[in-house]
Structures are given as C-alpha cells and as structure tokens.
Design a protein around this ligand. Structure first.
Ligand code: ATP
Length: 253
C-alpha cells in the first residue's frame, strides 16, 4: 500500500489544552478510513491540522511525500485535498449548481483580461467547470434540485450538496466530517453507497470522521479510534468496536 497521507508525532495545543498529543497515523491510497472516538477526542482538530486551519505545534504532516505542515491554507485544495464540514458550510442564497461550481475554484476562473474579453479559453474553462458540476449532479442524484436555492432545501439534501461541492474539486483525498449526522436511516444507506462509489468509481481515498457505527461498519476498510488527542486503537470495524480500551473510552471509565 502507498501512503497518501502521513502524520508523524503531530501535536496541537490551544493555550494550555493539548488537543492532539503526539499523533501518528497513515492513510493508504484507495482506502476508506474511519476515525471514531468520543466527543472532544481531537478528530476534527486532526482534520483541521491537515487542512491547515490550525498550526501543528510539533510533528510532520506529509501528503504524497510532501511536507504540508507549513503550507498556506489556500494551497491545500490545489494539492488535491477536499473536505466537508460538521456544520454544513454552503452559500444559502445561491443555487445548488452555483455551490457546486464554487468547488471548482482550484482550477481557476480565468484572468481579468479573459473575463473582459470573453476569450475562447475562458469559455472552454467555464464549460469544463459546468460539465464537471453536471457530472456530480448526476452522480449524486441532485438533478431535481439543480436550480433550487440551498436555503430552502431539506437538511439531508444540503449535506449531499456539500459532498458534491467537495467532489467538484476532483480531490485525491476526501475528508468527511460526520457525514451521517442528522441523516435518517435511508439517507445514511444512500450515503454508504455513494462513499463506496466515490472510492471505486472515482478512485478517491476517503477519511471519514463518524459516530454512526452502522455506516462505519458498512464502508470502512480500517478504523482508528482516538481519545484525548491520541490514537487508542486501530483495526477493522469489528476489532476496534470490541477493543476494551475503546469501550472504556466511550463509557468514560
Ligand atoms: N478552536 C478551538 N479553540 C480551543 N479549543 C478547541 C478548539 N477546537 C477544538 N478545541 C478543543 O480541542 C479538543 C478536541 O476537539 P475536537 O473538536 O477536535 O474533538 P472531536 O473529537 O472532533 O469531538 P466531536 O466528536 O465532539 O466533534 C476539545 O477539548 C475541544 O474543546
């Protein structure tokens, strides 16, 4: 297996609070990795470290062998890393299609001169953005909502739109932060199929922070359990779920 992402002895602190202490992990190309753990374990902080929302106090973060721990945040999408958020972050006043097109920003929107002159190159670029957005609409069954404003959509559909925006960025590595939270069982089952298709059809590696063990068991190849900023256990969904330290962490003992 080739490592796509590697964290090596990474540490993150907020003042005196050590949110992540000496965490090492690797994400292999082509896998679906689930990260579980009780509230406050440091799961979202780990994702925010990789996407450069937070600065690591110590340690190395490598993506495809390149150290990214000091890169500007804006460079992360360009490298091929995309994410969704625990609390959906979309432009409510814009349509589904326009939100998806925002996911294309890493591929550019032409220079100002192209915008003024409406050059053929700009037209081709806009057409390619539109084609990818339409492909994602098709892939995620979003066509009934293509031109609807996001503000009026049911919660479950908004979550799918956010997933769609991340896919429009054509990432190699996709982080999903609690993708099943707030979804009903049917929506969660659909999500499981999409995650499987994202891996097999689109060839995207997925890291999913999730509490819903039915989803984790359905899609994850490997599970990591974090607690108090450290890795507690690693293995298959069944192994990790049955691990005595994991059970103790969830029971707070
Ligand atoms: N911006 C911040 N400022 C200060 N402390 C923070 C910040 N973000 C997270 N923390 C703290 O870091 C620790 C880890 O939080 P984090 O959100 O990463 O946990 P989590 O495992 O994602 O939890 P949950 O499952 O509840 O989302 C917690 O103690 C949290 O209060």
């Amino acid at each position: 297996m080739t490592a796509l992402l590697e964290l090596d002895e990474v540490e993150l602190a907020f003042g005196g609070l050590v949110a992540i202490g000496g965490l090492s992990l690797r994400v292999d190309k082509g896998e679906v990795l689930a990260v579980i753990g009780p509230n406050g374990a440091g799961k979202t902080s780990m994702l925010n470290l990789v996407t450069r929302v937070f600065n690591a106090r110590r340690g190395r973060i490598r993506f495809k062998g390149q150290d990214i721990a000091q890169l500007p945040r804006a460079r992360i999408a360009h490298l091929g890393i995309a994410r969704t958020f625990q609390n959906i972050e979309l432009f409510d006043a814009a349509t589904v299609l326009d939100n998806l097109l925002l996911g294309r920003h890493r591929f550019g929107s032409g220079g100002w001169w192209q915008q003024v002159l409406r050059t053929p190159a700009l037209t081709r670029l806009e057409e390619s953005h539109r084609a990818k957005a339409e492909e994602v609409i098709e892939f995620l069954d979003l066509s009934p909502w293509r031109n609807a404003r996001v503000a009026g959509l049911p919660y479950g559909v908004r979550k799918v739109v956010e997933l769609g925006r991340a896919l429009c960025a054509e990432p190699e590595l996709l982080f999903l932060d609690e993708p099943a939270s707030g979804l009903n069982p049917e929506e969660t089952r659909d999500l499981a199929f999409w995650i499987e298709d994202i891996r097999t059809e689109l060839g995207i590696t997925v890291v999913m922070i999730e509490h819903d063990m039915s989803l984790v068991s359905a899609v994850a190849d490997r599970v990591i359990c974090m607690a108090q900023g450290k890795m507690l256990a690693e293995g298959t969904p069944a192994e990790v779920q049955g691990h005595p330290d994991v059970i103790a962490a969830y029971l707070g003992t």
